[in-house]
Design a protein around this ligand. Structure first.
Ligand SMILES: Nc1ncnc2c1ncn2[C@@H]1O[C@H](COP(=O)(O)OP(=O)(O)OP(=O)(O)O)[C@@H](O)[C@H]1O
Length: 210
C-alpha cells in the first residue's frame, strides 16, 4: 500500500498537533515516526490509517497502483497499539478463530501455527484476561505481523516485552515486513532498527505549526 499525505494537519480544539505534512509512504518501506511523549505520534498513525479525520490536507491511498477509498483502508490494515484492546473473555484459541474471520492470516499461517510461533502452546485454552501483559503484547503483535495486510502500523511495539520478547519481536518483524508498508511509532531505537526511514513528528508538529 502507498499513502500520500499533502498538507496534512490535525488540531484538537485550538491545539495543532501537527501541520503541513507532505510525505509519500511507499510500499515495501518501513518508516519510524519519532518524537517525545505527547508530540503526536499516535495521532499521526490514527490519521494516516483513516481512523480519525485530518483537520486539513488530504490523504491518498493506493494498492498496486489502484486507488483505495479511505473507508476500505481498515480491510488492508493491521494495527498493533497499546490502546487497541483484545477480547479478554475469550480463550486464546477462541480469540484467534474469531479475529481471523475478519482479519485473515497470511497464506500458510493457521491459528494453531500462530500459537506455536508465539510459544503460547500451554496457554491455548487460557482466557486472554488471565494472560500476563507481555503475553498479551506478544499476541497483539502476532495478530498484526501475521495478518494478510499490506499496511502494518506498530505503535510502541515493545511495550511490556522483556528481553526475550524484544528478541522475539525483532525476529518476527524480519520475517513479515517484506513488501508491506510499515509505520512504527516509537521512542525506543531498538524497536525501529529495521526501518529505512525516520520522520520526526516535531518537524511538522506543534512547534512547527505555530
Ligand atoms: N481525542 C483527543 N482529543 C484531544 N486531544 C487529544 C486527543 N488525542 C490526543 N490528544 C492530544 O494530542 C497530543 C498528542 O497525543 P499523542 O497520543 O498523539 O502523542 P504521542 O506522541 O503518541 O505520545 P506518547 O509517546 O506519550 O504515546 C497530546 O497532547 C494529547 O493529549
Amino acid at each position: 500500500m502507498q499513502i500520500e499525505a499533502h498538507g496534512l494537519g490535525k488540531r484538537f480544539a485550538r491545539d495543532w498537533i501537527f501541520r503541513g505534512l507532505n510525505h509519500v509512504f511507499r510500499p515495501g518501506t518501513a518508516t519510524a515516526v519519532l518524537g517525545p511523549n505527547g508530540s503526536g505520534k499516535s495521532t499521526l498513525l490514527n490519521t494516516l490509517s483513516g481512523q480519525i479525520l485530518p483537520t486539513e490536507g488530504t490523504l491518498a491511498y493506493s494498492l498496486r497502483g489502484q486507488p483505495v477509498a479511505v473507508e476500505d483502508v481498515p480491510r488492508q490494515l493491521a494495527y498493533c497499539a497499546p490502546y487497541l484492546e483484545l477480547i479478554e473473555e475469550l480463550t486464546l484459541t477462541e480469540l484467534l478463530h474469531f479475529h481471523t474471520r475478519f482479519k485473515p492470516l497470511r497464506p500458510g499461517t493457521t491459528p494453531a501455527r500462530l500459537i506455536e510461533l508465539m510459544y503460547l502452546e500451554k496457554s491455548r485454552h487460557k482466557m486472554v484476561r488471565d494472560f500476563s501483559s507481555g503475553m498479551k503484547q506478544r499476541l497483539k503483535l502476532a495478530l498484526a505481523l501475521y495478518a494478510d495486510s499490506p499496511l502494518l502500523l506498530l505503535d510502541e511495539p515493545t511495550t511490556n516485552l522483556d528481553r526475550t520478547g524484544v528478541t522475539w519481536y525483532l525476529e518476527h518483524v524480519a520475517a513479515t515486513v517484506a513488501g508491506r508498508l510499515v509505520i512504527v511509532s516509537s521512542n525506543v531505537p531498538e524497536e525501529y532498527s529495521f526501518c529505512q526511514h525516520q520522520l520526526s513528528v516535531t518537524d511538522f508538529g506543534a512547534q512547527a505549526a505555530r
